[in-house]
Design a protein around this ligand. Structure first.
Ligand code: LLP
Length: 425
């Protein structure tokens, strides 16, 4: 199943269901998720790293069905809000397999995490240490990881690079905060320091930053051992594995990633006389991204002096990534065969701003017309989870397809849903 990240296949997410049937039955825009493809990606990571904890990063895409699939596949869950935790709880996700993240966890979120009994809480800053410690009930110890900044720059866009100094996440090694955090956690009997964490950023294609991170982090484990005589058993290297949106990008496979990271960890541990820590990773996009696509219906085709706009019934409310990160997409006509030659068009949404572009330079048949349905691939991560109701449009449903059958796992947001919370004067 991994090939879909590196080889473009517009119909990969059909699960045996014609996409046109989905569009007609459930309407557009709609997010479609291929359950078997997604489960295959979970299994590929488990097979590549059988001795590691694979946590799916919930922020990429989470709903009850997704939490259930992740639970069934035996993965853990990285959550970063009370909301994500609530969904995990609602499907009885095993607490010990949950890791709780965040750079500004509220006291209430921390309490909920402790009460549910999450396996690990990732401490992001010094203030969090006493705040968390007081919430731990007597007789219990909360396992924690410390998030440190490895000072490595990687990731597709400045907004999604989190490994360097000068961004908001984690404890700086250079400033001494990381060392201070180790000292303070070790002084709190309510907390049990089990390891270190880092997350470099997102949409990373190269192996090299991960190699570097593994080395830097093992050196930090050695520093803790040298300073306190304690060997921390765990190392969490976060997520960030890139996927193909256009079909031309080549990412790391789980196997390639695993070989790189395990080798770097083992070599550095051998050199420093440390046992190899238990590895945790947190892939999000690389599990759910390629398993999803978005269906839109064409509303208008406008040929201007300079280009052709194909306007559809969704846009930046269901896919804010082009405007936020300059992300690029492609699209395919589905549901009918056209013999017309392909022309480059600009696929735009229905929102009230010129920046509402889904994709530039998309080759669509010259006879593309209102009523046609187009599919935009690789929208399974950071689309549903980042959707807005801009211009008071309800968010699209999520349709799961598997074994030739489609079902709604998140229903469409209707105008009544939006009006209900607007209580008026
Ligand atoms: N672990 C931590 C601590 C993270 O902050 C993230 C993502 C992940 C794991 C998962 O990263 P992934 O494997 O999905 O790259 N909205 C942006 C991406 C933001 C990523 C935030 N953190 C986008 O649409 O590109």
């Amino acid at each position: 199943p991994w090939s879909a990240t590196t080889r473009f296949h517009p119909y990969a997410a059909t699960g045996g269901v014609p996409l046109m049937d989905v569009a007609e039955r459930y309407g557009t825009p709609a997010y479609v998720v291929d359950e078997a493809d997604l489960r295959g990606r979970c299994r590929a990571f488990r097979a590549a790293l059988p001795d590691a904890d694979i946590l799916y990063a919930a922020k990429a895409f989470l709903c009850r069905a997704m939490a259930t699939w992740i639970r069934e596949e035996g993965l853990g869950l990285d959550v970063c809000s009370g909301g994500e935790l609530a969904i995990a709880r609602s499907v009885g996700f095993p607490a010990e397999r949950i890791v709780f993240h965040g750079n500004a966890k509220t006291p209430h979120e921390l309490l909920e995490a402790v009460e549910y009994g999450v396996g690990r809480i990732v401490v992001d800053n010094l203030a969090e240490i006493p705040r968390l410690a007081v919430l731990v009930p007597p007789g219990r110890r909360q396992k924690v990881l410390l998030r440190v900044i490895p000072d490595i720059e990687a990731g597709a866009h400045a907004a999604i690079r989190t490994g360097g100094e000068g961004q908001k996440f984690g404890l700086s090694i250079a400033s001494g905060d990381a060392a201070a955090a180790v000292t303070r956690v070790l002084r709190q009997p309510e907390l049990e320091l089990v390891g270190l964490h880092c997350h470099l950023g997102s949409q990373i294609f190269a192996a090299e930053p991960y190699e570097q991170a593994a080395r830097v982090m093992v050196e930090q484990l050695a520093l803790v051992r040298d300073t306190y005589g304690i060997v921390l058993p765990q190392l969490d290297l976060g997520g960030g594995q890139g996927i193909a949106y256009l079909g031309t990008e080549h990412g790391l496979t789980p196997g390639g990633y695993a070989r790189t990271v395990v080798k770097a960890m083992e070599e550095r541990c051998a050199a420093l006389g440390l046992p190899v820590p238990r590895l945790t990773i947190e892939p999000g996009r690389s599990i759910s991204g390629p398993a999803g696509l978005t269906l839109y219906r064409v509303i208008a085709v406008k040929r201007t002096l300079t280009r052709t706009f194909v306007a559809v019934d969704g846009g930046m409310s269901d896919n804010p990534r082009p405007s936020l990160y300059g992300a690029r997409y492609t699209a395919r006509l589905i549901g009918r065969r056209s013999t017309a030659p392909a022309r480059q068009v600009t696929l735009v949404g229905h929102h009230c701003e010129a920046g509402d572009v889904i994709a530039e330079s998309v080759p669509l048949p010259a006879d593309v017309r209102p009523g046609d349905v187009v599919a935009v691939p690789a929208t399974g991560a950071y689309h549903y989870s980042m959707a807005s109701t801009y211009n008071l449009t309800g968010r699209p449903p999520v349709i799961a397809v598997a074994d030739g059958a489609a079902r709604v796992v998140v229903r469409r947001e209707e105008i009544d849903d939006l009006l209900r919370r607007d209580v008026g004067l």
